[in-house]
Design a binder for this molecule. Structure first.
Ligand SMILES: [Zn+2]
Length: 137
């Protein structure tokens, strides 16, 4: 697996945004989400300097999805592992950087669509959107 340059997959990202009625400027690519928040939306607190992605409401009410760009390959692999540990057998299907990014973006869209802050709800919704069923055993 290679480092994931999220902005190289903007077309795929836009496709998912459009499918859920989100405008094209919803996604902000940044090399540090914590710094992005401090500089652009100081009201939004972010404690994790290594955060990969975050769905936020901006101070003007717009929705935004912040994406770390690039995401190192090792981080992608460890995130997939974390999903498996959390009981998501579907994570076996996230075999390429692009599939991983698709799940990551859908997870963040899922926070808006399901109107839930729960990562479990967002992960479930994202796998369903991708059409990845839970393995039967
Ligand atoms: Zn989440």
């Amino acid at each position: 697996m290679q480092d994931l340059v999220c902005s190289e997959h903007a077309e795929m990202v836009q496709k998912h945004l459009a499918a859920h009625g989100l405008p094209t400027d919803t996604v902000c690519y940044t090399d540090n989400i914590q710094s992005w928040c401090a500089q652009n939306e100081p009201e939004i607190r972010e404690d994790n300097p290594w955060r990969l992605a975050k769905a936020v409401y901006r101070s003007d009410g717009r929705r935004a999805i912040l994406l770390l760009d690039p995401i190192p390959a090792q981080v992608v692999q460890s995130q997939v592992y974390q999903l498996k540990l959390a009981g998501w057998g579907q994570a076996e299907q996230l075999t390429t950087e692009v599939r991983f990014l698709e799940h990551l973006v859908l997870h963040e869209i899922g926070h808006f669509v399901t109107d839930s802050a729960s990562d479990r709800d967002a992960d479930k919704w994202a796998f369903e959107e991708m059409g990845i069923a839970e393995p039967s055993d």
